[in-house]
Design a binder for this molecule. Structure first.
Ligand SMILES: NC(=O)c1ccc[n+]([C@@H]2O[C@H](COP(=O)([O-])OP(=O)(O)OC[C@H]3O[C@@H](n4cnc5c(N)ncnc54)[C@H](O)[C@@H]3O)[C@@H](O)[C@H]2O)c1
Length: 431
């Protein structure tokens, strides 16, 4: 099948590489010429385990190409997959300008019968808006539209795309369902057919549910801190209930990343727009926004103020195995520490090149990919993200005997007893 993938970000490059590995001819298109130049040379412009090898393999096999030229990419494509960004606007509503621009740019080049698949996360009603835009630009075009939301997770994106839990196809036309089922057949995954609006709601609802789980367990963690309960034990005990399970419990600084905050905000904004302001989603967004300032105030009191403290901030990406810092805790925590007079050394094994895009330069903040350098003379160690390099580190080497030193374990992933034995003052979440 000839496929065009519009938008070569995390989702677009992974989709392009995976679909080409099934023998399809895929062209990846982006409006960012620097990104395309790198991709042409086999360089992935971000860190994603397993992607570089797959990309190079498919480029060398002649199955995968990259371009900035809409005509070249779209005119011979049977399926056009839209994977451009859908960030939040200031008011929290989803920003559709990139998907709309992509629709307008592709319109004059669509081949007869082409299927435009929206993989970007968009709210119900978007397909008809895009269809109208395309028809305005190219009144005689004959094309179909579908919604196939993406469920991959950064850090395991290749694996998730090769082995998805399900493929959700939102369409209204039997021929479109059949063609898209054929495209996804090599994945051997359950395929579920539905209306585009259901597919779009399913994507938002899945992210909102996971965000709810995180917010819920943070609230329980807050209650544990009022007594001798330990949230780790509470989660362990709860998890045996098959309706609950042991997986996906992350008490800490709240949910972040490129998707949960913006998708919850959009669903909250949508609920307000239809007169359902008391919807849970509005509360979820507020609780998550308040989470970091609230915990940081608690920690400030616990360490006796941040002024003149040297703080090692470990983990700058929003989760392990990615260099993506969109809505990472570090981008709120570090400016707050600096504002309060701390000096900061940030550590991350992969995200150093991303830092300048997210944290304003400050002479009191330096960054390193060497954990020992970050820990040198640290008064406070804040472990924000459970990179293996952080949770497996031997913190004995960072202990300064005779002086007070704190470890803030924002993910409850470090060995609390060992750290206390070493003489650190340990602060976890909900324990
Ligand atoms: N990142 C994830 O983990 C993830 C997971 C599931 C779903 N999603 C959804 O997938 C979509 C893409 O997310 P992402 O993280 O890959 O985004 P991204 O920001 O990493 O990449 C988007 C790309 O689109 C390009 N672009 C913007 N406008 C364009 C245009 N008019 N024509 C061509 N290219 C254009 C940008 O230059 C950029 O390279 C979003 O809707 C997101 O919500 C993301």
């Amino acid at each position: 099948m000839n496929i065009c993938v519009i938008g070569t970000g995390f989702v677009g490059v992974v989709s392009a590489a995976v679909f080409s590995s099934f023998g399809n001819k895929v062209v990846g298109l982006d409006i960012d010429p620097q990104k395309i130049e790198k991709l042409k040379q086999g360089i992935v412009p971000f860190y994603e385990p397993g992607l570089k090898g797959l990309l190079l393999e498919q480029q060398q096999a002649g199955n995968l190409h990259f371009t900035t030229d809409y005509q070249e990419a779209v005119s011979s494509a049977e399926v056009i997959i839209v994977a451009v960004g859908t960030p939040s606007s200031k008011e929290g509503k989803v920003e559709l300008k990139y998907v709309k621009a992509a629709a307008e740019s592709m319109a004059p080049h669509l081949a007869k019968g082409a299927i435009v698949v929206v993989k970007s996360t968009v709210p119900p009603g978007t397909l008809s808006k895009l269809k109208e835009l395309i028809q305005t630009k190219a009144p005689h075009s004959e094309f179909h539209m579908a919604s196939v939301p993406e469920f991959l997770k950064e850090g395991t994106a290749v694996e998730d795309t090769l082995h998805p839990d399900r493929v959700v196809i939102g369409a209204t036309d039997e021929g479109v369902f059949a063609k898209l089922e054929e495209l996804h057949a090599p994945l051997n995954a359950p395929v579920v057919r539905m209306l585009p609006e259901s597919a779009q709601m399913a994507k938002y609802a899945a992210n909102a549910y996971l965000a709810t789980r995180i917010t819920f367990i943070n609230q329980i963690a807050d209650l544990c801190e009022q007594n001798d309960a330990d949230i780790k034990d509470v989660i362990h005990a709860m998890g045996f209930d098959k309706r609950i399970g042991h997986h996906y419990w992350y008490p800490g600084f709240g949910y972040g990343g490129s998707c949960f905050p913006k998708d919850v905000k959009e669903l909250a904004a949508y609920s307000r727009s239809v007169g359902l302001s008391d919807n849970l989603l509005n509360h979820l967004d507020r609780l998550n926004e308040e989470r970091i300032p609230k915990l940081m105030a608690q920690y400030e009191a616990a360490v006796g103020g941040w002024a003149s403290k040297k703080v090692a901030v470990l983990g700058l990406s929003f989760k392990p195995h990615t260099d993506d810092m969109r809505e990472a805790p570090s981008i709120k925590v570090i400016p707050l520490l600096l504002e309060k007079g701390a000096t900061v050394v940030g550590y991350d094994p992969k995200a150093l090149t991303t830092v300048p895009y997210f944290i304003p330069e400050n002479p009191e903040a330096t960054y390193t990919d060497d954990i020992a350098t970050a820990l040198k003379d640290a008064d406070v160690i804040m472990a924000l993200i459970e990179w293996p390099e952080i949770i497996q580190y031997d913190f004995a080497t960072a202990r300064r005997a005779g002086s007070a030193q704190w470890v803030i374990d924002a993910r409850n992933q470090l060995d609390r007893l060992q750290l206390m034995k070493l003489g650190f003052q340990y602060i976890g979440v909900g324990r």
